[in-house]
Design a protein around this ligand. Sequence first.
Ligand code: HEC
Length: 89
Amino acid sequence: MPAFAQRAGGMLTERQIDGIASGILSRWGHEQVLGGANPPSYAAKSVANADHGQLVCGTYCASCHGSEGGGKAKGSAITDDSFLALVSD
Ligand code: HEC
């Protein structure tokens, strides 16, 4: 998704983002919302290995997103700062 925050080039003010986040938390921010499901953690369980990542990306991603992840006809760029801010190493 493109960035929504004005500070990242989007159209929403910090106050508007706080309002949306507040609404999401009040609607879905309680333990019962998962109905007993136990989703996996998104926290990394090991240290990143850039060499392995480069090999995997070159094998499985580059044909569509380009060798540097900058995008090409079959897939857009996956190196956008806003996107990368959402993921861990
Ligand atoms: C067969 C083509 C193809 C391959 C291979 C592929 N993708 Fe994609 N990917 C796409 C398309 C099409 C989209 C939809 C958005 C776009 O046009 O780029 C997408 C979207 C994404 C997005 C979301 C981008 C955004 O702006 O929200 C990410 C992240 C991504 N791919 C990562 C990867 C990774 C990592 C790999 C390798 C493990 C990979 N993709 C392999 C075609 C591909």
